[in-house]
Write a protein that binds this ligand. Structure first.
Ligand code: SF4
Length: 437
């Protein structure tokens, strides 16, 4: 469990605290002389310092939740601040995550997703440490978010914009969302005092070209993970979630490029960056990432030779924008990409959408161990879990382990309990040898 590194009796400045923590890791790695992995921390420094320094750099800060067009926000010279990065970042810090979850539970049901509880808790305590100029959110991915975001609107008291995301992910659904993307432009114009004119559109196109590069690299990284053995560790899936707020920045493209070069180099040398003594199993975590205990992936690699090749959150079909001069086409593709965002793509429409994601993950990544790492907040995915796991059993012949977890609140299940549950499955159902015994 990570140390709290804060005084619980005093107010917290979340952004400063996080920037300081990331900087400590950065300095530690510098002092240890680890140049080959510095890029993994460089990008974290970038994401947090960009938010911290927005005002200093004369930019407005736009908090957002759910899938929103961050490239448009950047085209208006604003910094998008993905609120989910706070709970996912502090999930392994029991005292800090608990501080905000407990605060929210004074007013909201405990069954609310802990991602939302942390965000609301920080807002209730007034501990973001930065001023938010606007809040943009969507009506997906779930009931929890649909209740939490309007509450946050009231707490933030700033201009807000809501994307009403359709249930159907098809041309009609994209067209419905595209209308709202059109309506988002005057909202941004009024907020910033800037015009969506030819010059701004040129800037937008540059950002979109950079975003295209990021999604192309992400696809190549996905392809690399299909190789046997998988050269990149499960932890890289967590790092790549950073694409959500950073797509369209050179920093994001550079991080993905470095990761790809490193992975290709390892593959060429017949090596891997995983902790597997020998790859025996290829695991799919089919629901959310377990942010409160990402170390469980390292443990599966080391003790069972089981590498997490893909997770349901990290899996994405990036949309490559193919006609940037055509605004109508760009709006439709933006709508499509919003609905293909992880956590949205498989879980915000009919179960068939989730089955499609399952097909791609299990076939392409040659999965042979299936784990439903079920975050208790995601009640909508538990609702279709039986359909999905029966499908996996029938189509791929793989029995799925159900593990209930709280992806954000580490108090829900201890590391020992989690290891016991997963270990028993590996040894009694999969028939795996435990290299750590
Ligand atoms: S983790 Fe699940 S419950 Fe929480 S916000 Fe995401 S989809 Fe909703």
């Amino acid at each position: 469990m990570a140390t709290q590194n804060f005084d619980p009796t005093k107010p917290v400045n979340m952004i400063d605290l996080t920037c300081n923590q990331v900087d400590s890791i950065y300095q530690h790695m510098l002092s240890k002389g680890m140049p080959e992995v510095m890029w993994t921390v460089d990008i974290q420094k970038y994401v947090w310092e960009e938010v911290r320094d927005a005002k200093k750099n004369g930019k407005k800060l736009i908090a957002f939740g759910g899938p929103v067009p961050v490239t448009i926000i950047r085209a208006f010279d604003c910094i998008p601040f993905f609120l989910d990065t706070i709970p996912t970042r502090i999930a392994s810090m029991e005292d800090l995550a608990g501080r905000y979850i407990d605060e929210t539970e004074k007013y909201a049901p405990t069954s609310t997703c802990a991602i939302d509880k942390v965000q609301i808790g920080v807002a209730l305590k007034g501990e973001f440490g930065i001023d938010i100029d606007a809040f943009v959110h969507a009506t997906v991915p779930c009931d929890s978010a649909r209740i939490a975001y309007p509450m946050m609107e009231r707490l933030f008291g700033c201009p807000c914009f809501t994307f009403d995301c359709p249930f159907r992910h098809d041309e009609k659904g994209y067209a419905y969302l595209a209308q709202q993307i059109e309506a988002f432009i005057p909202f941004m114009e009024e907020l910033t005092g800037l015009k969506w004119d030819a010059g701004r559109y040129e800037k937008f196109k540059g950002i979109m070209e950079e975003s295209n590069k990021a999604f192309d690299l992400l696809t190549q990284l996905g392809d690399l993970r299909k190789k046997t053995p998988c050269v990149l560790p499960g932890r890289m899936l967590v790092l790549n979630e950073i694409v959500a707020p950073l797509a369209g920045t050179e920093a994001c493209t550079a991080m993905l490029q470095t990761q790809l070069e490193m992975g290709n180099m390892l593959a060429d040398m017949g090596m891997t960056a995983t902790r597997c003594p020998e790859e025996r199993y290829r695991v799919c975590l089919m629901q959310n990432m377990l942010w409160s205990n990402t170390g469980i992936m390292d443990w599966m690699e080391k003790c069972y030779g089981a590498i997490t090749v893909m997770d349901g959150f990290g899996y994405q079909d990036g949309v490559i924008f193919d006609d940037l001069d055509n605004w109508e086409r760009v709006k439709m593709q933006t709508a499509e990409s919003m609905l293909l965002t992880p956590m949205i793509h498989g879980a915000t429409g009919p179960t068939e959408y989730w089955l499609k994601v399952i097909d791609k993950m299990y076939e392409d990544y040659k999965v042979n161990v299936s784990i439903f790492m079920g975050h208790v907040g995601c009640k909508h995915t538990w609702a279709s879990g039986k359909i999905v796991t029966d499908y996996i059993q029938q189509k791929f012949g793989i029995p799925t382990l159900y593990v209930d977890v709280d992806a954000i609140d580490p108090r829900y299940k201890s590391n020992d309990e989690l290891r016991a549950q997963i270990g028993e499955y590996f040894e009694s159902v999969v028939g795996a040898e435990n290299f750590c015994k």
